[in-house]
Design a protein. Structure first.
Length: 478
């Protein structure tokens, strides 16, 4: 009876954008161009400039440009792979984790996406405050008012996105088609201006500081890309086709990442500033650049909060979407008042890489190699179904996650600043291997081996499932 009621909810649901249930093909609205603008807009944010700034002075101009291009092309491949499962089945990201981690085990993914969403919202709001303050100062030629930074950060980064989502949960997708082309144009404008003869001569003559290695740069780029993974499903479930969803994701993220990373790195070499609002001012870039970036950042925050809300609704489907939106946005406020931009940015990368890297390794190895891209959608919504494992948790996935985190801490623990998890041998290996990619590989291998040895052998987790058994839900999606 309960199962029948669940299926009726799926069929009768008119607005899937604020529902955790699968979105059938006929209800999806995002073509490849929309997906491209969406993901390009997601990456055309002030934080992407900061990423290029973290390693540019250490590597020097030409090596930094090469690393930005190669690193982004390699790192966002994993995001494109992850996008496929959500387009194919029309399910939210967290729902797609249940086959690997178990019905309740996937709640870890909810914690992960909420924590990173709150952190990113706070960082982007902080940058919003600086950009708004400088824009008004330039336009009015005045020093502004007391608390101006906090006012712009709170209004632009928190209040406006909340209002937009209260009006329409899909508003971020609509805004991206307007704001992203404008932001992209101004990012190209900044690149052209930075490549003037005088600036180019200064860039080429700059002596690299060698404070960090190329592997640190790749680690930063890879970690930044991995942090994107928890948002993929919330957006790609609205894509019309697998090809459009996958390629729109990949090209949008990689192109924007390369463009802004190069611009941010060049600007930092020329000015010594990491904060984009400061080097924009020092390089006399048009105030329109500030305004466009502000508009784009509002769009991005709106989409991030939407994704966080959808993840929470997978656990508590009876909650009101609009109430959840407010509850997710408000905890980002402390990031506006405490810590420096660089410290907050580094914290998000470290936190995201250590937790998200192994987590997604398990999910992708489970979906592509062990399940051969076949998910029982009905079972994803059945607490007592085959994805129950042991009381709703898959112990092998949890163990593999812990192993991956230990590997990451051994290799990259020194980046946290805590001496008790800093290993000199680990630091030596980090300079050759990095931390996130080895953690991903080890987690994937451990999970694959143990699943073959125990779960598949003893028929846990529905690994013998075939498409013909999928039933009504998948037929409706297709």
């Amino acid at each position: 009876m309960n199962k029948a009621r669940e299926e009726n909810k799926i069929k009768d649901r008119a607005d899937y954008s604020s529902s955790v249930f699968p979105i059938p093909s006929k209800a999806r609205h995002a073509g490849p161009i929309t997906m491209f603008w969406l993901y390009a807009g997601g990456n055309i944010i002030l934080a992407s400039f900061v990423l290029g700034s973290t390693y540019s002075e250490s590597l020097g101009f030409i090596p930094a440009v090469i690393m930005t291009i190669v690193g982004n092309l390699a790192a966002y491949t994993i995001c494109a792979w992850s996008a496929q499962k959500n387009v194919k089945y029309g399910i939210d990201e967290i729902v797609s984790h249940r086959p690997a981690f178990g019905y309740y085990g996937s709640v870890f993914g909810v914690f992960l996406i909420l924590a990173i969403t709150i952190g990113w919202t706070g960082i982007l709001s902080s940058l919003m405050g600086s950009a708004g303050e400088l824009s008004v100062t330039i336009l009015t030629c005045s020093s502004g008012f007391a608390g101006e930074y906090y006012a712009y950060a709170i209004v632009g980064g928190i209040i406006i996105p909340i209002i937009l989502l209260l009006i329409d949960p899909k508003i971020g997708f609509k805004l991206s088609n307007i704001t992203v082309p404008i932001m992209l144009a101004f990012s190209i404008y900044m690149l052209i201006k930075l490549l003037s003869a005088e600036n180019l001569a200064a860039l080429l003559s700059f002596k690299a500081t060698r404070e960090t290695s190329w592997i640190f740069a790749f680690e930063a780029i890879f970690a930044y890309a991995v942090v994107w993974l928890q948002y993929i499903g919330s957006w790609n479930r609205m894509a019309k086709t697998e090809r459009g969803g996958v390629w729109g994701t990949y090209i949008g993220l990689a192109l924007a990442g390369m463009l802004l990373g190069i611009v941010g790195g060049m600007a930092t070499i020329l000015t010594g500033e990491v904060d984009p609002t400061l080097w924009m001012l020092e390089l006399n870039l048009s105030v329109m650049a500030f305004i466009c970036i502000i508009a784009g950042t509002i769009t991005t925050i709106t989409i991030l909060i939407y994704s966080g809300a959808m993840s929470l609704l997978t656990v508590f489907p009876n909650l009101n979407f609009r109430i959840v939106t407010v509850l997710i946005a408000l905890p980002a406020l402390p990031f506006i008042f405490i810590g420096s931009l660089r410290d907050a940015f580094d914290f998000i990368l470290i936190f995201g890489a250590m937790l998200a890297g192994p987590y997604w390794a398990i999910i992708l190895i489970d979906y592509f190699l062990l399940r051969k891209q076949k998910i029982n959608v009905k079972a994803c919504f059945d607490k007592e179904g085959p994805y129950k494992y042991f009381k709703g948790f898959n112990p092998i996935a949890i163990f593999s996650q812990i192993v991956g985190m230990i590997v990451w801490l051994f290799l990259g623990g020194w980046m946290t600043g805590f001496t008790f998890i800093t290993s000199s041998f680990g630091m030596t290996l980090f300079n050759a291997l990095g931390a996130t990619l080895p953690a991903i590989i080890v987690s994937a291998l451990v999970y694959y081996g143990l699943t073959k040895l125990f779960l598949k052998k003893y028929s846990f987790g529905d690994y013998r499932y075939s498409k013909k058994n999928l039933g009504g839900v998948l037929n409706e999606i297709k």
